[in-house]
Design a protein around this ligand. Structure first.
Ligand code: SAM
Length: 240
């Protein structure tokens, strides 16, 4: 993990306090929000976005798998997948924000079968069905999140896995606690919901699920709720 750099943290915190711009389209707002933070994105998020390595382990990636990450940001999952990445048949990293994708491209250089793709996760589809699609802390940033879940189901081969790690509003969370987190994250365009996990459970066969809490930089004593879900696409999709 990169060492905290207080000056760089102050710059990121200032952006977070200003919040995501309210005007412009979704892609424009992402670019305006992330471009000034792109160089220190990874160092700060390493202390905020927990469970990302655990998700990769839970995905049980196999040599020859075709894998997609939606909302890949700077492509830091490539480091978390590590040596296993070279054995995948393909790894497509998709995001809508050019500033973060620029960092992802630098990371992916030299990995022949890794593609970095600028596209919208609600509509983008790979050329052929894939074995695994995962998302870390992206679903809460996509206003039309249910479309992403449906789009993921459509790109998975029968038996293919979906993996999600993200913040949420837990069923057993207190009303005040949930309201605080909804407000805190919503300012930065991160929309916590109690509906994500039920929809994932409804659309996929659950392989594993864990609900946890973890620290937030510069908010001592507070622990934000997040979940890890791994599911499987059924052999036959129900009629829609
Ligand atoms: C909180 S960041 C997480 C990035 C990365 N997965 C990580 O764990 O560091 C959320 C990401 O979702 C991306 N995103 C938001 N809406 C998107 C969309 N409609 N299509 C693709 N990516 C999107 C953002 O650009 C951003 O990179």
């Amino acid at each position: 993990m990169l060492a905290p750099d207080l000056a760089a943290d102050a710059r990121i915190l200032w952006r977070l306090l200003r919040g995501q711009p309210k005007s412009g389209g979704h892609a424009e707002r992402l670019q305006a929000f992330y471009a000034p933070q792109a160089d220190r994105y990874d160092a700060f998020r390493a202390r905020l976005l927990h469970g990302r390595q655990e998700l990769i382990e839970r995905l049980d990636l196999q040599p020859g798998d075709r894998v997609v990450e939606l909302g890949c940001g700077t492509g830091s999952s490539l480091a978390r997948i590590g040596e296993r990445a070279a054995q995948l048949a393909s790894f497509d990293m998709v995001d809508l924000c050019p500033a973060l994708l620029e960092v992802a491209r630098q990371r992916a250089a030299g990995h022949d079968h890794v593609r970095v793709i600028e596209a919208d996760a609600t509509t983008w589809q790979p050329e052929q069905a894939v074995d695994c699609v995962f998302m870390s802390y992206a679903l809460t940033m996509i206003p039309d999140w249910s479309r992403v879940i449906a789009n993921t189901q459509a790109m998975l081969a029968p038996g293919g896995r979906i993996g999600i790690v993200d913040f949420h509003l837990p069923e057993d969370g207190s009303r005040i606690g949930n309201a605080l987190w909804r407000q805190w994250f919503g300012h930065d365009g991160v929309h916590l919901s109690a509906k994500h996990l039920p929809m994932l459970r409804q659309m996929f066969t659950e392989r594993s699920c864990a609900e946890q809490r973890a620290s937030v930089p510069y908010l001592p004593g507070l622990r934000a709720p997040y979940y890890l879900f791994v599911g499987e696409r059924q052999a036959r999709l129900p009629e829609r």
